[in-house]
Design a protein around this ligand. Sequence first.
Ligand SMILES: Nc1ncnc2c1ncn2[C@@H]1O[C@H](COP(=O)(O)OP(=O)(O)OP(=O)(O)O)[C@@H](O)[C@H]1O
Ligand SMILES: [Mg+2]
Length: 407
Amino acid sequence: MLAGEVLWRVGIHCLNRMEADSIARLHVTGMEALLAKDAVFFHENFAGALTKRVLSFAQQYEPFVDTLMFRVVGQFLPLAFASVVLWRYDPMLVAVLLGMIAVTGVLVTPLIRRRQILVDAREAAYTGLSGHVADTMANMDAVRAHAAEGREAAENRRRVTELRRLTLRAWDYHNLRIDTLVAPLSVATAVGGLLLAVGAAGADGGPGVEAIVVTVAYFGQATQILFQFNQTYRQIERSLTEAAQFTELLLTGPTVLDPESPQPLASRARDVRLERVRFSYPGHSEPLFDGLDLTVAAGEHVGLVGRSGGGKTSITRLLLRMMDVDGGRIRVGGQDVTALSQADLRGLIAYVPQDPVMFHRTLRENIAFGRPGATEAEIRDAAAAAHVLEFVDGLPDGFDTLVGERG
Ligand SMILES: Nc1ncnc2c1ncn2[C@@H]1O[C@H](COP(=O)(O)OP(=O)(O)OP(=O)(O)O)[C@@H](O)[C@H]1O
Ligand SMILES: [Mg+2]
């Protein structure tokens, strides 16, 4: 018994380490895979939903492995032991026990598969709900400015009601369809076992009452397995569904890629040339640009003026290779932007986007985001140029003040 306890502790200790390592690896893999995605991907996927998916991708590993270890392995070992004991009384007992478990598995599996469709619908609704919550939180100022709290709350209620409906549909299917099949099978198993045991016990030179007691005990345990078969399957299914949702996103690789052997940056004056550029956003039939030529000489200041939606921001995004042209090319200092590494290209460009960007980090980290090695003096100069210095010196924590995502 003591040796068993020691082995158990050692086993759990090793399992804990293995699980913690794997979860950590999945977190890192998930985040790195997302960081490798291109801009189009993030336009097509809610930030909030992605956050939920990438985190549960890693977190679901623990219940998944625990279920395999404790439910699957933990139930089948005692079953093997029970089979050996029952075999000594009557091999038929073992045949009935294992046979009924197999029959239940075969009958229940198609029902559980059908339930998978309901579970997928529920998960999709949950992803939508969490995306909406995150979206509202991230744009709280806009929500308040438009007095849209009521509308957002109503949308949230609508999504919660839908989630409730889909959740109940999946649960009811389980309770009313699957368990109503398992229940009579488990009763049949117990009764069959009892009748066989009574028959075996009463035979000439039979094992007697002992066999009946042992059989009832083991068959009782086996019917537990029949019911837990659902729960086991359900937990494994939940883990796999959640992980699959994220893995699916990883299957489509980024469309903006570094060339296999990027050209080194040439050290020459860097003019910018767009040559016969053609580009359309995915899903738009009309191209946004078709045969666009634009030359900006080195040192020249050019302002692009145009109606909203005219494509000014899109030009900067093409130049930064947030997305790639469909035809023609863009050159910087004579070099095609697709021949450079994305890091080299973007290192050449100081990009001040239309929407202010703030990380939930210190002012210092926010200012130096584009140049991680920036010195204190450089950070102060940049802050002075942006008229930020005027209020930073008045803050108790100065550049170490934590600022919110929205400033
Ligand atoms: N991610 C996107 N997916 C699909 N279409 C987009 C996307 N971003 C922009 N567009 C479309 O491309 C066109 C150009 O948009 P862009 O943002 O480049 O215009 P803009 O000139 O910067 O406008 P503004 O003056 O409003 O900033 C618009 O019709 C817009 O609807
Ligand atoms: Mg714009």
